[in-house]
Write a protein that binds this ligand. Sequence first.
Ligand code: GTP
Ligand code: MG
Length: 371
Amino acid sequence: GQNIIVRDLADKLGVNASQIITKLIGLGVMANQNQNIDADTAAIVADEFGKTLVVEDEKSDVDDIFDLDHEDNPKDLRQRPPVVTVMGHVDHGKTSLLDAIRQTKVTVSEAGGITQHIGAYSVNVDDKKVVFLDTPGHEAFTSMRARGASITDIAILVVAADDGVMPQTIEAISHAKAAEVPIIVAINKIDKPTANIDRIKQELVENDLLPEDWGGETITVPVSARDKTGIDELLEMILLVAEMQELKANPNRNAVGTIVEAQLDKGMGPMATVLVQKGTLKVGDMVVSGTSSGRIRAMFDDKGKRVKKVGPSMPVVILGLSEVPNAGDLLYVADNEKIARNYAQRKKEQLREEQLKSRSKVSLEDLFEKI
Ligand code: GTP
Ligand code: MG
């Protein structure tokens, strides 16, 4: 939900930030005055000062143009592929597992073998498509893992059998649970002599994931990305879970998607990987994303092949945006150029206002904080 900066909350309530911070400590929340707290916590704090907090949603008026909550008619819904996000602690083998699934080698081309971005790939399993998102395990990438969890239908939690449940494993579990996404645990690196599957299961239990074969509901699959063992079983489980979800979307409407990755290419300009969530995205569509807008000049699938249109759940790289959007930004198709440019302009103004607001709020406390 909505977040509020501690300092802004203090302003709203007409008290000192330090008073808010004291109340927060009382609630077991450690935050400085520049940090965000969620609306629920803010409401509790406000209550302690005898006030009721109204948090206005600043985004909605701009995003309203695109009728985001537009409910599709059930008869227009069609089956769509599941979006599966691979999560887990750094170096536990997420990218290697995806490689094993795709039978290709992506890891070797990555700088230092560390995943710097979310890769998105579609894979054919039997006659069905499954879309995979790769996330980095490095601790600096919390927001990317959170984003991955929110656009995903199933989370594959990779846990190295020789290492066990680690901080980013626990964080991935909490993101998946918060997004109410079913978790399938891939216990990886079982080829290693020090692998201990039962120990991993014990650690999963300690984190509220009771394995199926221990009487619980969490599917666990022992795999080795290196030896490509257990991969078929894992894919089978993914299809099984996906089937129970009855995933659907309306392919016949203006597309809405999410940017999973974006960068500036020297030759081609802004490039963005979009995961289409509803509708069909087409070359020639007028799109907006954050403060960026433009007409789609070309699209490429995950194999680098040019495509003209792409439907729900599918990842695609697009060219034609005016600037590089942020990963996590929504992407909409606008009916015409005027609407698109208007939206991007209003987003820019909104951003500028937010920056000005935060700059004009330098207080005595801010000065002390920096000493
Ligand atoms: P980040 O993206 O940096 O978080 O790492 P990752 O989880 O994607 O791990 P990655 O696939 O890059 O693998 C990390 C290391 O573990 C590499 O050296 C892999 O070769 C090795 N590895 C991955 N899977 C296996 C496996 O099944 N067995 C063995 N023995 N090694 C593996
Ligand atoms: Mg990786």
